[in-house]
Design a protein around this ligand. Sequence first.
Ligand code: PBG
Length: 329
Amino acid sequence: MPFPVTRPRRLRRTPALRRLVAEHRLAVDDLVAPIFVRDGISEAQPIAALPGVVQHTVTSAVEEVAGLAALGICAVMLFGVPESSRKDAEGSAAWDPDGVVPVTLQRLRDRFGGNMVLMADLCLDEYTDHGHCGVVDARGAVDNDATLERYALVARTLAAAGTDVVAPSGMMDGQVRAIRSALDGHGFADVAILAYAAKYASALYGPFRDAVDVALAEGQDRRGYQMDPANLHEALVEVALDVAEGADMVMVKPALTYLDVIRAVRESVAVPVAAFQVSGEYAMVRAGADRGWIDGDAVAMEQTLAIKRAGADVVITYFAAEIARALGA
Ligand code: PBG
């Protein structure tokens, strides 16, 4: 029997050989760190289900971003938590120019100029008293088109505060078009849209809802607007619509359970593709690591690399700082 000529192990023998032939690598440039800012608190608060992640004050958020910048991270995504007394049926605190997200955006813009990409999640669920991502009609169903009018107001508020990117996450039909025209019509043609194009109705958002104090009423869910985890081709419909409506980047979310979707989306569009490694994905790794069952840092690196290998150009991850530290070492 002739021995095979190609022996793949030859190229795995030393660290230098492995580096030379690595097909994908993690880079700090591709990471986006989520940041929670909460109104009405005087110091940062821990989030039980997201160990290591906190709800920030404006001041502590700016310090956190300075620390991320020192690690080489060049993008953050802001999520706001209003005072609970400010929540209403419409989510009107979301377009308050004095709200915690616009104020934080201004502070970050002043401090970091063009050295930090500022992204802001654009949704209503943190701001509505019922917890849905849009306004609801008399029967309690989310009213798509009435919601778009509110998203336009939020987009203008975030843009005026200095965001580089708005990231609509509500999965309303036509949201990218509505936001693009509101931005263009008010002098914000330079503000980019990262569309949560293929956002699935996932059980992995649980810890995030704790982080932003959102709870839906008993028996309610978001399956009427977020995607069915059973569907892949539908993600391509969503992505094509969002790009046609003016999305500058598109997102798949969650990430690890949807690597096939990331790959298919990467192959179907030319714009940058982002993937959001969500709160539940982070919490599971942290929980296993905290029990000593897995090496959390190693798993985080492996998972994030897998997300890139699947085709993501940009990864939004609660592990951003850990990964940046490991890459810098
Ligand atoms: C909606 C929004 C959600 C997340 C990001 N934007 C929650 C949801 O749709 O219920 C989830 C992020 C995460 O789990 O890390 N504003």
